[in-house]
Write a protein that binds this ligand. Sequence first.
Ligand code: GDP
Ligand code: IMO
Ligand code: MG
Length: 428
Amino acid sequence: MPATIVVGTQWGDEGKGKFTDLVAKEMNLVVRYQGGHNAGHTLVVDGEKFALQLVPSGVLYDHITPVIGNGVVVDPRVLLAEMDMLESKGVDTSRLRVSGNAHLIFPYHQELDALHERHLGKNKLGTTKRGIGPAYADRAMRVGIRAQDLLDEKIFKAKLEVALDHANQILTRVYNRLPVDFDEICDIYLGTCKPRIEPLITDAIDLVHTSLESGGHVLFEGAQATFLDLDHGTYPFVTSSNPTAGGALTGAGVGPKHIDRIIGVAKAYVTRVGSGPFPTELFDEVGDHLVDVGKEFGTNTGRRRRPGWCDAVMLRYAVRVNSLTEIALTKLDIFDALDSMKVCVAYEHEGKRVEQLPYHQSVLHNCTPIYEELPGWNSDISGITERHDLPKEASDYISFLEQQVGVPINLVGVGPGRSQFLHFTNDG
Ligand code: GDP
Ligand code: IMO
Ligand code: MG
């Protein structure tokens, strides 16, 4: 298995962190390929919880080199704080590497993110206000500043002058705010951050390809998810990068021939944070139950996640746009106390049955889910590690999803802990 991609199949928070950590055991490198500290990936190891935003989930293994790829947008202040947090918990972060081509997030990106959301008013996207969109916009406008620019003060300052001049024009003239101070940014980025970040900055392309060429195993860790993808998600209610499997190729600098396993992580139900369409959204006590039992509050933002039933139409689309080879299903244990669960198998729109995700937003916004109801198991499955010990109803739920979606479900999560999972199919 030279290279594996782990990608979210819904609207994020599926449990990618836990499954990346699990699959990472066999890997040499774990590369984060897009997003920034809008992500919150939770790992629970020996009862201790780690909430990661930027550092790849492989960091907890001594044999792994965690790499922040060129596709990621990095706030160096957040990265250093996260490294300090990990070190304080006894995790060695000295192997961490950052691609010199990764773009940096600056305070003006965060301010512009928040101002833009305010400007949108009731049409706001519900972003994490971490400056993700504005940082990627600067990259596309070619006024972004990359990690490698920290290595040359002259270049850094010259680029900052251009970027800041533009950002300050918008801040002062459009939003009537105070300009961001050039020297203050230089003090933080060159003064405080550079000495600690400099040793981490590397040629990540060489790192990844040297590993692949010498028979090493590389895992590409996605943040966000398929339906938050800038191209393939529920635009405009998406993030500003490409979490789908194609994003792993551009966000880490590899071609498709290296990839032989693409694992889509799917929650047994669905959650979404922020605005946007959500056909199977629940507004009743069952939804509240999923939020309460599933602890569906943002890892870093603390926001309540919107709950809904599992949507096989979405998963079929995720299989297609990512070329998934398999699915890792998480949080099956959250159904333990339910008498029955629903799965959306198709949509109905203007009297017609729709099996595949409608490409037109108006159809998605106005369709109603067609559900099949499956019986619950009313028992605690959180300690089960073998398929044959699962209640029949739980096993049937997984088989039903497999049949709906068309790829095997190889791994099933039954709790947040590292060992709380089971291999469902024999080849998993
Ligand atoms: P990510 O962003 O996809 O990495 O997911 P998050 O970490 O934001 O949210 C997933 C949450 O579910 C975290 O609190 C995980 O510890 C937890 N989790 C992951 N898998 C399971 C599972 O199978 N069962 C339960 N109960 N919790 C899980
Ligand atoms: P992980 O990796 C869930 C959502 C935000 C908002 C939209 C755009 O933990 O699954 P942004 O700040 O990216 O411009 O916000 O995307 N969003 C996430 N939702 N999980 C995430 O990451 C998310 N990262 C961004 O809530 O709706
Ligand atoms: Mg998350």
